[in-house]
Design a protein. Structure first.
Length: 354
């Protein structure tokens, strides 16, 4: 049995030909699946009964199963989805005026094991398929339309910042971008799609040749090699000087500014020598710096910075010529903030106190 949601428009065209139909029928089916979010083949009213019956015989339209939605006080909503094999992943909806962003997962767990990340502490189970990545956006849009009563609500932006590392599942990630991008589907512009990586160098080179203008975000967290390697184990294989070259290459190819994400871990990476190293690392790279205050989760070995520490750090970074932004934490009360995605239910969330 085919899962029609897992096929791209060309593959659907081939399938239509095989069942004796013209290829253009594929776009009808694709629209039903990715624009209207319909899974019941009988509801696809502009497809003839004969073709519908054939489609039902050879396949089905898969769907992530929504297990729970946790609305946060700040308007964001955390989602728990079950995959066809029973595994679970999370996604987050983040509204900000006209912008409606979905943060998607790309893996069940994550193999990178970063020391400050709840997902990393889970270990790795498997990669997601491209349809499983794109379907998170479709399902969130569908849910939010019902939840808000706004039938026209559209997801405008997608960030690959949920569970997992996109650049070690790059083929599926690229295919999911094509799906999100499709004019006859969700129609999300590639400039509104951000892929965040922990710094997988071969992946950055491959993304430089990708035929879509997605934004790149690099999780730097420290510009001092030994420090970075302590919290990001993969930094040993992909050291800073090579990472810098890869990012420069990306910029030269794409002419798109890169964002460096800098997790603020108080008393670990917020000293004068840290700022100096950061200054040197980013100098000459057209980029901006996004400071992310550490979000605690059960069992975390770092503490959250105080408001004063955040303020002080951001102010001190202002001597750099780069734009520095502070990521307002969203969804923390439901475990939906950065680094908290690890199947904790809100009731389980105990914030570590120091
Ligand atoms: N694997 C990718 C994308 C997912 S993580 C990456 O690492 O970039 C998305 C962002 O959340 C990264 O910048 C990551 O460093 C950050 N993050 C992870 N744990 C966090 C935590 N506990 N608090 C705040 N941000 C965290
Ligand atoms: Fe994986 Fe990113 Fe978490 Fe590191 S920060 S463990 S790469 S999800």
């Amino acid at each position: 049995m085919y899962n029609y949601k897992a096929l791209n428009i060309k593959e659907l065209g081939d399938l239509m030909e095989r069942i004796g139909e013209s290829r253009f029928r594929a776009s009808q089916l694709y629209r039903w699946i990715w624009k209207r979010g319909v899974t019941d083949i009988d509801k696809m009213s502009d497809i003839s009964k004969r073709v519908r019956n054939l489609l039902k015989e050879t396949g089905y339209v898969g769907e992530l199963k929504l297990k729970a939605a946790y609305p946060s006080k700040d308007g964001s909503v955390k989602f728990l989805f079950e995959l066809e094999d029973g595994k679970e992943i999370e996604s987050v909806f983040i509204p900000d005026r006209d912008r409606k962003t979905v943060c998607v997962s790309v893996q069940v767990g994550c193999p990178m094991g970063c020391k400050f990340c709840a997902t990393g502490s889970l270990g790795f189970t498997r990669n997601l398929k491209s349809w499983e990545i794109a379907d998170q956006v479709l399902q969130v849009q569908k849910f939010m339309r019902e939840f808000t009563g706004d039938k026209e609500l559209r997801i405008t932006n997608v960030v690959y910042m949920g569970m997992g590392e996109p650049l070690v599942n790059l083929q599926e990630v690229k295919n999911s971008v094509y799906t999100l991008n499709s004019h006859i589907g969700l129609n999300i512009g590639s400039r509104r799609i951000t892929i965040s990586t922990v710094g997988i160098i071969p992946g950055i080179y491959e993304l430089s040749d990708f035929d879509r203008q997605v934004k790149l975000a690099v999780s730097l967290h420290s510009a001092i090699q030994w420090k970075r390697a302590r919290i990001v184990p993969v930094a040993k294989a992909y050291p800073l000087h090579k990472l810098r070259k890869a990012v420069m290459h990306y910029f030269e190819r794409k002419k798109r500014w890169v964002t460096f994400e800098y997790l603020l871990l108080p008393e670990f990476n917020d000293g004068e020598e840290d700022i100096r190293a950061l200054e040197e690392f980013v100098s000459g790279i057209p980029s901006k710096i996004n400071v992310i205050p550490f979000n605690p989760y059960p069992g975390a070995s770092f503490r959250a910075p105080t408001d004063r520490e955040i303020d002080r750090f951001v102010k001190r970074l202002q001597r750099l010529p780069h734009t520095v932004t502070l990521r307002a934490s969203r969804g923390g009360d439901v475990g939906g903030a950065c680094g908290q995605l690890a199947k904790f239910h809100p009731g389980d969330l105990r914030f570590v106190k120091i």
